[in-house]
Write a protein that binds this ligand. Structure first.
Ligand code: HPA
Length: 265
């Protein structure tokens, strides 16, 4: 059994902080998943590259159900996800980290549930607090030790992608209370909650959002920023994984589906 997992977003592929890394495959009802696993402080951890190692899977094509199901099957209880985001908030600058506490979902065409009615089960999970509060606190505690600015909350807007947003869309998201914008948080966090796992994310601001940035957006800008922040992020992840290895809170995320008969992979 492996209890902790890191899902790596754009630019985060090599879990350099894990020792004795091996790559394995696991079959799920939704397809096969490749993952890496290794040791941190003598505990086992899983690393999953959301877009695959060669960044060949765009955000709207990620097999979110397979990934989360695989982690559950492996025994994972707590997931930390990394995401790259654009910023709508002048205080959240390029190179800063945001640990979001809320979500606005503007995705259009994804599969949002394990419970699609086929086995006559329907589940309505509570997402009042979309991220695990214990994991969020842990992410903030770890960030205090490191060298970048970390924002302790913010509303993450999830868009469908893979295109970037229009200037008018960003204006609207800002009016609605959005602080950062990315393409992968949903349905990942929803499925993790359905699977009764703790889940929290940290987002690296790689660019100011469309219409706020003085120049047109490009994927290169996102990758260049990731590349620049790589060393600091690696140190951060190392302390996060070390803290996560000790995390064993029986929090409400792990009982999210109790009223619907639980979740068994
Ligand atoms: N929009 C959506 N996703 C992103 C952005 C953005 O500006 N930057 C990095 N991921």
């Amino acid at each position: 059994m492996i209890n902790i997992a890191l899902i790596g977003g754009s630019g985060l592929y090599l879990p350099v902080m894990l020792k004795n890394i091996e790559e394995s495959a696991i079959d799920t009802p939704y397809g096969q998943v490749i993952y890496a696993h290794g040791e941190i402080n003598s505990k086992r951890a899983v690393f999953m590259a959301r877009h695959s190692r060669d960044h060949s899977v765009p955000p709207h094509m990620v097999n979110y159900r397979a990934n989360i199901w695989a982690l559950k099957k492996l025994g994972v209880k707590a997931i930390i996800a990394s995401t790259a985001v654009g910023s709508l908030n002048a205080k959240m600058k390029v190179g800063d980290i945001v640990v979001p506490d809320q979500v606005l979902d503007f995705t259009k065409n994804r599969i949002y549930t394990f419970f699609d009615g086929k086995d006559k089960r329907v589940a309505h999970i509570d997402l009042t607090e979309p991220y695990c509060p214990f994991l969020r606190k842990m992410l903030l505690r770890c960030a205090l030790k490191d060298s970048f600015v970390c924002h302790g909350g913010g509303t993450y807007v999830c868009t469908e992608g893979p295109r970037f947003e229009t200037g008018a869309e960003i204006k609207m998201y800002k009016i609605l209370g959005g602080d950062i914008v990315g393409m992968t948080g949903v349905p990942e966090l929803v499925l993790a909650r359905e699977a009764q796992m703790c889940y929290a994310a940290f987002s690296l601001v790689t660019n100011m959002a469309a219409g706020i940035s003085p120049s047109p957006l490009s994927h290169k800008e996102v990758f260049d920023c990731m590349e620049k922040s790589k060393a600091a992020i690696a140190l951060y992840i190392e302390s996060v994984l070390a803290a996560l290895a000790e995390f064993d809170e029986d929090c409400s995320c792990r009982h999210a589906l109790d009223d619907f008969g639980g979740f068994a992979p």
